[in-house]
Design a protein around this ligand. Structure first.
Ligand SMILES: [Fe+2]
Ligand SMILES: [Fe+2]
Length: 198
């Protein structure tokens, strides 16, 4: 399936605003890949597909994961926004023919993050937040930081996600907390003299 065919198929599976978001994440992933030395075409492709399962009904997603031996934890089952990352891994593999394990993992972990993320996992996670159609307060600082220091932008993104969920009284997924702790443990020296906020 070439890129045009992929886009047509993806567009048919997503709500219009989700498709626009996907094109934005693809472009931001492309740009960050150029900046940080990852193959921009591969980054574009995985950015494009990262939410491919987002508009599949939750029950159907649970079935897809069950059929493919992917375990879902309690928090994924009771919240609504996380399962699509795991379902997306399966849909990208089985319906779009994506075989590259590094790219598949970037989809699999894009909703929660994880400890010791790979470069492409960081690129997709941050792009998901900074892509041009996102509208949040204070996104400009994060958009800038993404092209200065990817790890710091990753930390800022996790902070935003966690704060957003706290403000909504939503359940936090421990994988994001572990990912953030890992990042702080491994980068504290570098950021000792820099203020980390938002
Ligand atoms: Fe997503
Ligand atoms: Fe997304």
């Amino acid at each position: 399936m070439n890129l045009e065919e992929t886009k047509i198929k993806l567009q048919s599976m997503l709500k219009p605003e989700r498709y626009v978001h996907s094109l934005g994440v693809a472009q931001s992933s492309f740009d960050l890949a150029q900046k940080y030395g990852y193959d921009p075409q591969r980054a574009y492709y995985v950015g494009l597909l990262h939410d491919c399962a987002k508009n599949i009904p939750k029950q159907e997603q649970i079935e897809i994961c069950n059929q493919n031996g992917i375990e879902l934890d309690e928090i994924e089952l009771i919240t609504s926004g996380l399962i699509h990352a795991k379902t997306g891994f399966i849909v990208a593999r089985d319906e779009f023919g994506l075989t590259d394990p590094e790219l598949l993992n970037a989809i699999f972990y894009h909703a929660t993050g994880r400890e010791n993320m790979t470069l492409i996992e960081k690129i997709v996670y941050v792009s998901d937040m900074i892509e041009p159609s996102r509208k949040f307060d204070n996104l400009e600082e994060l958009r800038k930081e993404a092209f200065v220091d990817l790890d710091r932008a990753l930390l800022m993104t996790m902070n935003l996600v966690l704060k957003f969920n706290i403000d909504k009284n939503s359940i936090l997924h421990p994988a994001t907390l572990l990912a953030r702790n890992y990042l702080l443990r491994t980068t504290t020296e570098r950021y000792k003299h820099r203020k980390i906020n938002s």
